[in-house]
Design a protein. Structure first.
Length: 367
């Protein structure tokens, strides 16, 4: 099978450069045809990154790009969140396979329309929710679904990072990230579109691990640690699943940019994604960025603990995991994408409920 001919519509998402670097390698899964971006500085960065690929065309107008390359079969939509919906509709009109970067849109009406289109669309649509591909979390799902932990009673999950707004200025613009200017609470000068918008993964991951939906959320956000940011940099959330499981979620930019060298590593970490699951018969913990899983339970006797060391590490090159799934779906090797528009929308509904909870200072139920 020949390599998939693919375009990139927008490189505002900080993950897109990783895909472009992968596309420039000889072992790439795709044949990159063209790249567009509204922003001249980003487009120049992309052009420099792909200097070894002289056949790639560059555009400031994605519509012109879509019209100029009838040979292209697919597109990665990696623009600012605000522009995803219009780009999605343009890609559908071109009958392209579509790879959507997170988040697909924080506007729920737009999400509903995209999901409805996707239900009957005769091409592959996959969304970037990469935690499904991490071996630690795949192992966690296997453990949870095996029943060895008993009935799950609580889940603790962090998705913490330094602030990307310091490096990607568009990421700190509430209009570009959230799609509209909405104060985080009445009278606040901080707006929706920061850490919570950036981190759909905890909400998606909990649904995927448990097979359950969120029934209610209670969220809080104090004053920003970084006073210069226009968007929220930290949030604390408790959630209740439809079977009563309690979830504690921290999707924040709470790790400040100053790092102190310790004996083994720099602290705090630039990125953290830690999962802890408690059941009636045991306990499980793992870290996305580590190779250890820790299990305590009645099935593990003397000393009643098991540390799993050396689980497979996920390649940092997204071209060979997420895009591999995408290309396998197109070729027919897989029957459906691992992460769908419906998965994305389900996470976004919980995120918007959390924003509403912050604004109301009250628990919000999801119908």
């Amino acid at each position: 099978m020949s390599k998939l001919k693919i375009m990139v519509a927008g490189s505002a998402n900080p993950h897109v450069p990783g895909y472009l670097r992968g596309a420039g390698q000889s072992n790439s899964l795709v044949n990159l045809v063209a790249v567009s971006d509204f922003d001249a500085a980003r487009l120049n960065r992309d052009r420099d990154m792909l200097a070894a690929k002289p056949d790639v065309a560059f555009y400031t107008d994605y519509q012109e790009m879509l019209a100029s390359h009838p040979e292209a079969e697919a597109v990665i939509i990696g623009s600012d969140n605000r522009d995803h919906f219009e780009m999605f509709k343009a890609a559908v009109e071109r009958r392209l396979h579509i790879y959507m970067m997170k988040v697909i849109s924080m506007n729920e009406d737009e999400c509903r329309e995209m999901v409805a289109i996707g239900d009957t669309y005769p091409r592959v649509i996959q969304c970037e929710l990469e935690l499904h591909f991490n071996p630690q979390f795949q192992y966690a799902r296997k453990i949870i679904q095996s029943g060895v932990l008993g009935d799950i009673t609580s889940i603790y999950l962090t998705n913490i990072s330094q602030s990307p707004c310091n490096y990607f200025l568009n990421w700190g613009d509430p209009l570009l990230s959230y799609g509209s200017i909405v104060p985080i609470r009445p009278g606040a000068r901080t707006y929706r579109g920061g850490a919570l918008t950036d981190h759909p993964h905890p909400f998606d991951l909990i649904r995927w691990l448990t097979g359950r939906e969120f029934a209610a959320v209670r969220a809080m956000s104090a004053e920003n640690q970084r006073s210069h940011l226009a968007v929220e940099d930290h949030v604390a959330i408790t959630g209740t699943l439809d079977n009563g499981v309690i979830c504690f979620i921290n999707p924040s930019y709470t790790n400040l940019e100053e790092q102190v060298a310790t004996r083994r590593l720099l602290w705090p970490k630039a990125l953290e994604c830690n999962l802890k699951v408690t059941g009636t018969k045991g306990y499980f913990a793992c870290d996305y960025f580590d190779r250890h899983s820790y299990i305590v339970g009645s099935n593990y006797v003397s000393p009643n603990r098991l540390i799993v060391d050396g689980t497979p590490r996920l390649s940092l090159d997204p071209m060979h995991s997420l895009l591999g799934c995408f290309t396998d779906c197109i070729s027919g090797k897989r029957s459906r994408p691992e992460t769908t528009l419906a998965d994305s929308f389900a996470a976004i509904r919980v995120m918007n409920a959390a924003y509403k909870s912050i604004s109301l200072d009250a628990e919000v139920t999801l119908s």
